[in-house]
Design a protein around this ligand. Structure first.
Ligand code: UD1
Ligand code: CA
Length: 504
């Protein structure tokens, strides 16, 4: 596993700002991409470096943001910054929250909560270089073509770093500099504690700039320097939703590329979305328009897609999922799903089983080799191995008050257009006829038939639907009115009109 970069590392994550440009009731750092919040990605990168402590500075919506961070990093130190008076002020608040914790030695890294592409390896390399060079301050810098808005890394004639100058405070010449401060800084903790009280806010924003520590260190004759990251996107923040989408696409591109390198076939990376926590085996194939979300796991040789969304699902080896939507469902090896299937939470499809076209399932365990091939709803049910459920079957699980279970045994064969009125049990090897409404248990091996024998009411169309195309067609075929050929006592009574209507 990863090794700690240092044995006394503190990481401060700044997340107090409002993020107003998101124009959202949700705080910026809580917006998700790749199945995790922005700050969730940052915290994972930070945890990968195994710091001794992590401090998060919160302010806007502190309860919500604090609870989210605490859930991800239970031993985090939360520091509240009442007024956002700048990055220097935020770090002062963080260091004060650590006052008792002997944080005054070792290394302190400051990172932001809105840089979701940041990787632990980069932070580790940065911390290691900072410590090896024994600097008071190190800047994680990047060279960009459009430096507008960033603090610029100002170097002297020898190329040594002398300061970071913010956009608004920069001279014309300084604005030409393309080496920028990513915002991620590393400090010697003792120096930081000395320098923070010296920060002023006499600048164009009236804020306490953490970046002024660079000049303070230089003036004290201490070593400062920059570590330039090639992959600058790792330090990019999202300030609005367009940038969030852009980072989301980039994150997805990186994830999809990684899986292809690990042996997954992705036919169309541009329309394939894979969340950060998804796990795929070698020789999985993903067809266009597929989203694998949450903690979905797909085993070898499974083929997913096209046009399939799976969230928190488990797909077995060699399974085949076509145009389906699944959530919290388990599909075992060799099983097939789709096209147009909806697998709701609690669905478990056994080995080599089948959930076919236009089938919805929920809380349903479908045994090995069992099949629900067409147009059915299977809710709160258990279907034994090898059973076959006829087309158009509804597991009527809800009586208007409570949900009930239906149990179908092993190797049962049920007819088309059945309704199973739960709670009800159909035994092993039992059968039901087409159109059966199963209200009572069917013993093992029995055939259930419901409804009376078929009765044909001669002349019904001509009598009950006079003047319609239906009646004319019947007449053209030689049908007369009711009673013309039959005794009238065979006529249907009021209320038993097979059209479902009541005679008036
Ligand atoms: C900052 C840097 C700049 C760098 C840029 C990179 C300073 C003075 N400037 O500028 O050199 O190029 O980041 O993106 O440090 N925050 C707080 N409390 C505050 C102020 C900010 O928690 O009082 C947090 C924000 O939520 C945000 C981060 O710190 O996550 C950066 O703040 P922001 O105001 O965006 O800094 P920039 O002006 O972009
Ligand atoms: Ca910013």
């Amino acid at each position: 596993m990863s090794r700690a970069a240092t044995n006394n590392l503190t990481v401060i994550v700044l997340a107090a700002g409002g993020g107003t440009r998101m124009r959202s009731k949700t705080m910026k750092v809580l917006h998700p991409l790749g199945g995790r919040s922005m700050i969730g990605h940052v915290l994972l990168a930070v945890q990968a470096v195994e710091p001794r402590r992590i401090v998060a500075v919160i302010g806007h919506q502190r309860d919500q943001v604090g609870a989210h961070i605490r859930a991800l990093v239970p031993d985090v130190v939360l520091a509240v910054q009442e007024d956002q008076q700048g990055t220097g002020d935020a770090v002062r608040v963080a260091m004060e929250a650590l006052a008792d914790e002997a944080a005054e030695s070792g290394t302190v890294i400051v990172a932001y909560g809105d840089t979701p592409l940041l990787e632990g390896d980069s932070l580790r390399a940065f911390a290691a270089e900072h410590e090896a060079a024994q600097r008071a301050v190190s800047i994680l810098s990047g060279v960009v073509s459009e430096p507008y808005g960033y603090g610029r890394v100002v170097r002297d004639a020898d190329g040594d770093v002398v300061a970071i100058v913010e956009e608004k405070d920069a001279s014309r010449d300084e604005r030409e500099i393309r080496e920028i401060n990513s915002g991620i800084l590393a400090f010697d903790a003792a120096f930081l504690v000395e320098a923070l009280p010296k920060l002023g806010n006499d600048n164009s924003k009236g804020e306490y700039y953490l970046t002024d520590t660079v000049r303070i260190a230089r003036d004290a004759g201490l070593t400062v320097g920059a570590f330039t990251i090639d992959d600058v996107r790792q330090t990019e923040g999202a300030n609005d939703r367009a940038q969030l989408a852009d980072l989301g696409r980039e994150m997805n591109r990186r994830i999809v590329t990684r899986w292809m390198r690990d042996g997954v076939t992705v036919m169309d990376p541009a329309t394939t979305w894979i969340d950060a926590d998804v796990v795929l085996a070698e020789d999985v194939t993903i067809l266009p328009g597929t989203q694998l979300l949450g903690t979905t796991v797909v085993l070898e040789d499974a083929v997913i897609g096209p046009d399939t969304t799976l969230k928190d699902c488990e797909i077995g080896a060699g399974a085949r999922i076509v145009r389906a939507h699944g959530e919290l469902a388990v599909v075992r090896g060799g099983a097939t799903v789709g096209p147009f299937s909806y697998l709701r939470p609690g669905t478990v499809l056994g080995r080599d089983g089948k959930i076919g076209a236009f089938v919805e399932t929920k809380n349903a365990t479908i045994g090995d080799g069992a099949k629900v091939p067409h147009l059915s709803y299977v809710g709160d049910a258990e279907i034994g191995e090898g059973s076959n459920i006829g087309a158009g079957t509804v597991f009527a699980n809800y009586d208007g008050v409570a949900k009930h279970r239906t149990v179908v045994g092993r190797h049962a064969r049920t007819g088309s257009n059945n309704t199973f009125v739960a709670p009800v049990e159909i035994g092993d090897g039992a059968a039901t006829a087409g159109g059966t409404v199963v209200r009572r248990d069917v013993p093992p091996g029995a055939l259930a038939v419901s409804g009376g024998p078929q009765r044909n009411h001669e002349g019904w169309a001509v009598t009950k639907r006079p003047g319609t195309a239906q009646a004319r067609a019947a007449e053209a075929a030689g049908a007369g009115p009711a009673g013309a050929r039959e005794a009238s006592h065979d006529e249907p009574d009021v209320g038993s009109d097979p059209s479902g209507e009541t005679e008036s």
